[in-house]
Design a protein around this ligand. Structure first.
Ligand code: DQA
Length: 147
């Protein structure tokens, strides 16, 4: 059985659909999960899709991905801008990492312009809403295939 693609979501993304819809849209995280699963199937892959509001849990899942995942898509949400510990955990991975954001942090407040995740990601997709997740799945599957 091929290893799944881990899709890890950070804090407050459980509120998608009602959280600042002018920024993040109306799709719920569950709807995004369904789209990710469908897109992964077209690539012959499965996804393991998770969300947490806790930094330590996110780091535990990144560590789990070292052995259990073929590739990683991560929307670190606010932790992307703050977490050296998440950066360090991601650095231990030898699988492709694609960072994904619904909004475009570069076009927002200055404190969102730096990402500790981008420094260790193979690529970054942002500003395209839920479609970005699907593109991230496709990209990470392509990177898995070529590695
Ligand atoms: C986000 C962008 C982050 O700056 C923010 O903290 C989030 C969501 C996005 O998907 O656009 O929580 O990661």
């Amino acid at each position: 059985m091929a290893k799944p693609i881990f899709v890890l979501n950070g804090p407050n993304l459980n509120l998608l659909g009602t959280r600042e819809p002018h920024l993040y849209g109306r799709a719920t995280l569950d709807e995004i999960r369904v789209r990710c699963e469908a897109r992964a199937r077209t690539q012959g892959r499965e996804v393991d899709f998770r969300q947490t509001n806790h930094e330590g849990e996110l780091i535990d899942w990144v560590q789990e991905a070292r052995l259990a995942a073929a590739g990683l898509v991560i929307n670190p949400a606010g932790y992307g801008h703050t977490s050296v510990a998440l950066h360090d955990a991601l650095k231990t991975l030898e699988i492709p990492i694609v960072e994904c954001h619904l909004s475009n942090p570069a076009a927002r407040e200055a404190f969102r312009h730096h990402s500790y995740v981008s420094l260790v990601a193979s690529g970054v997709i942002c500003g395209l809403g839920p479609t970005g997740y699907e593109l991230a799945i496709e990209a990470v599957c392509g990177l898995c295939a070529s590695s």
